[in-house]
Design a binder for this molecule. Structure first.
Ligand code: ATP
Length: 424
């Protein structure tokens, strides 16, 4: 339908970006393909119609598919149609942009002009494998436009950048390149790697990690890329590759994936698997928090704020130094498990994990014991039992039951009878 609507208006329509890449990869491997994100580019060719072509097409499609939600992003002249949990389509996101190009005073039929406007649009993209277009309108619908050797790179399993300055222009492309390399099992093509190293050596990360950043949009994109990486199953290999390239410096110049950080990340995974299998907490954010917590305390807040972490993460990172010292100073002085419980229960699970990651082994063991056993100890009696024992119902019940738990934890009482004697 989209191509018919475009044809009616004398425009060309192209499928571009990840969907074309994934189609071609799936074709090569005979894998089944689930596309949830479709990028379309309209080529207008008429001076007046050009600018708003993508938006106009999106509006026309929305009339035909009222179930879709329409979003218009005026500044970039792009529009998106979103089908959210449609019974047939499940969730589908369709971005429609107008080819970003200069205006040509030639008629639409001129093939050179045609080619050059979509070509320019593709040239602004990140990697050759993401810069292939599939023409959806006739004539020659179904034709692939591959100006930069994307098909060859797909076959050769290579991530190749489109121009030498690409990473200077947008350092988050380094993260994107790493993500695609690890996700598809591709290599970063040697010259592209050189461009990455050149960008990093020339201090491009200052723009992403500097204090008082003047480029919040860059930070937002960096966070988006970190999210994609840290929520993917391949996150650890991606971090390794980013570290090898020196690109963790974009988060903070001192961030290195050393043996200590690797051990902390392993421990984090163990804790998340064991204590948060239901994913009550957002695991990619916990991984990011662990990376930031690994930095020296004086750098943590700035990085967390620059990356616009959620409020609860920011508060945790802010309180970490104080909570950490409280735990590691107090725990060794405690004689009884109930004292440990009393202290640790004021922290949420993510905070306890962050503290554990940085703690020496004997402190970690106590936290582990708390999380696996002590935190789950229930009072041997309930409110009804207290009533029968002659206690007047009221808020003091909480304290009494806490005392029963503490006595159980410390081995003072073992069963209900002993609990009743304890309270008698
Ligand atoms: P994924 O399957 O991970 O979503 P994708 O390639 O579809 O991969 P998007 O982030 O949705 O990734 O981007 C869509 C397209 O927009 C890319 O294929 C690429 O052509 C272009 N693009 C996205 N981000 C950049 C960038 N930072 N610089 C240049 N081009 C970009």
């Amino acid at each position: 339908t989209a191509s018919q609507e475009a044809e009616k208006r004398g425009w060309h329509l192209y499928l571009v970006g990840g969907a074309v890449r994934d189609l071609l990869l799936a074709e090569a491997t005979s894998d089944t393909l689930m596309i949830k994100d479709i990028d379309l580019v309209v080529d207008g060719f008429h001076k007046s119609a050009d600018v708003g072509a993508g938006v106009e097409l999106a509006k026309a499609l929305q009339q035909l598919y009222p179930a879709a939600r329409l979003e218009i992003h005026g500044a970039f002249q792009t529009a998106a149609l979103l089908w959210h949990k449609d019974p047939e389509l499940d969730s589908l996101w369709v971005d429609i942009a107008t080819a970003r190009t200069e205006f040509y005073p030639y008629p639409a039929a001129n093939p050179e002009v045609e080619a050059s406007s979509i070509r320019q649009d593709l040239y602004r993209r990140d990697f050759t494998i993401n810069a292939i277009a599939l023409r959806l309108t006739s004539p020659r619908s179904g034709e692939l436009l591959d100006f930069f050797g994307g098909l060859l790179d797909l076959q050769a399993k290579q991530i190749r950048v489109l121009h030498p300055n690409s990473f200077i222009e947008d350092p988050t492309r380094i993260y994107r390149g790493v993500r695609f390399a690890v996700r598809f099992g591709f290599e970063i093509e040697p010259q592209t790697e050189e461009f990455i190293r050149y960008a990093i050596n020339s201090g491009v990360y200052d723009r992403t990690s500097q204090e008082n950043t003047k480029t919040p949009a860059l930070q937002t994109r960096l966070k988006t890329e970190l999210k994609h990486i840290l929520e993917a199953p391949y996150w650890k290999s991606a971090l390794q590759l980013l570290d090898n390239l020196g690109a963790l410096q974009c988060i903070h110049p001192t961030l290195k994936l050393n043996a200590l950080l690797l051990r902390q990340l392993r421990l984090l995974e163990l804790c998340l698997r064991r204590f948060d299998a239901e994913q009550t907490f957002i695991h990619w954010q916990m991984r990011l928090e662990a990376l930031i917590a690994h930095l020296a305390p004086e750098y943590r807040m700035k990085v967390a704020q620059n990356l616009q972490l959620q409020d609860d993460s920011i508060v945790r990172l802010k309180n970490l130094v104080q909570s950490f010292s409280q735990v590691i100073e107090s725990l060794p002085t405690f004689q009884r498990p109930s004292q440990v419980v009393q202290l640790l229960r004021q922290y949420d699970l993510p905070m306890l994990i962050l503290i554990a990651l940085q703690s020496p082994r004997y402190i970690r063991h106590q936290i582990w014991e708390y999380l696996t056993v002590w935190a789950n100890v229930q009072p041997l009696l309930n409110g009804n039992d207290l009533k029968k024992l002659g206690y007047k119902p009221g808020p003091q019940y909480r304290q009494i039951l806490d005392d029963v738990v503490a006595a159980t934890l410390d081995g003072v009482i073992k069963d209900r009878t002993e609990a009743e004697e304890f309270l008698a």
